[in-house]
Write a protein that binds this ligand. Structure first.
Ligand code: AMP
Length: 278
């Protein structure tokens, strides 16, 4: 695995890379969820490039940037062992020089869900992803359904701005007890980690209910809320049932694919999860 830290070095290397090039971007804190994206990229692309950058612009001032659980050495070892061909680890000052002055901003799709709770988050994401696409020039880029709104936002940006890149959506990888893998799970105490099982339990119950024929949107939101309320450690940020593509909230019956998503705090830790009802 080649490690590249400078944009100019990647540009030089790029001319010798075999396509298609598959890109797997992460903030670090590599786990099996990230590595499943690498596996998929490797199965579809001649060259797999990973991007490791703890992007400060997608964290609000009150968020966990300073303590984010990413260890460069461990992350490099995990990505190498999984067969990544090129690992790009840019420096913050190269990505955001002092005169950096551009924001890529999507409107409607960034307003609900995480966008309503994390001011500036999605413009941080779309700005860095645009830069990353221009630097790495991948043919395909792999993103997890775990961050469902992020995935929709990026798909929309790629369509609106005509990036010549195929966005591949990858299924959520979970622990045996259903908890979605996340770098932030490392913040949880043993008790908090146990209570985190209520998230997927609620989503799973709702999915079963959908499969049995229920279509009323309130029923699904209520199933999840009731499950989350069983834990005194969980505080609910939102439980949402939205159109899978536009993310506009559904009232009444579901008659097209829908995203059932939630965000909670357990102790100080922000966790999100979702399932698609279709
Ligand atoms: P992050 O480093 O948290 O920004 O995640 C990097 C990529 O990995 C994003 O596309 C995430 O959606 C994806 N990802 C994170 N957790 C999981 C998971 N449990 N299963 C599948 N993909 C994931």
């Amino acid at each position: 695995m080649k490690i590249v830290r400078k944009i100019e070095s990647y540009r030089k290397l790029y001319t010798s890379l075999h396509g298609p090039i598959g890109l797997v971007p992460t903030l670090g804190g590599i786990h099996e969820g990230h590595l499943s994206l690498v596996d998929l990229a490797k199965s579809e692309c001649a060259t797999t490039v990973s991007w490791l950058f703890l992007n400060p612009k997608q964290f609000a001032p009150n968020e966990d940037l300073a303590i984010y659980p990413a260890e460069e050495k461990e992350d490099i070892a995990l990505l190498k062992a999984r067969g990544v061909d090129v690992l790009f680890i840019p420096k913050t000052e190269d990505i955001y020089p002092v005169d950096f002055d551009t924001v890529v901003l999507l409107d409607k799709i960034t307003k609900p869900l995480e966008g309503s709770r994390r001011p500036g988050h999605f413009e941080g994401v779309t700005t860095i992803v645009s830069k990353m696409f221009n630097i790495i020039k991948p043919d395909k880029a792999y993103f997890g359904e775990k961050d469902a709104q992020q995935l929709r936002v990026i798909q929309k940006m790629v369509k609106d701005l005509n990036f010549p890149i195929e966005i591949i959506s990858c299924p959520t990888i979970r622990d045996d007890d259903g908890v979605a893998l996340s770098s932030r799970n490392k913040y949880l105490s043993v008790t908090e980690r146990r209570e985190a099982t209520f998230l997927y339990r609620g989503l799973y119950k709702a999915k079963v209910c959908y499969e049995q024929g229920e279509r009323n949107s309130d029923v699904f939101r209520n199933i999840v809320i009731q499950e989350l309320k069983k834990s005194s450690l969980i505080s609910i940020d939102y439980v949402s049932l939205s159109d899978h593509r536009t993310l506009s909230e559904i009232s009444g019956d579901i008659n097209s694919p829908a995203l059932l998503s939630l965000a909670v705090h357990i102790g100080g830790t922000h966790l999100i999860d979702n399932v698609v009802l279709q």
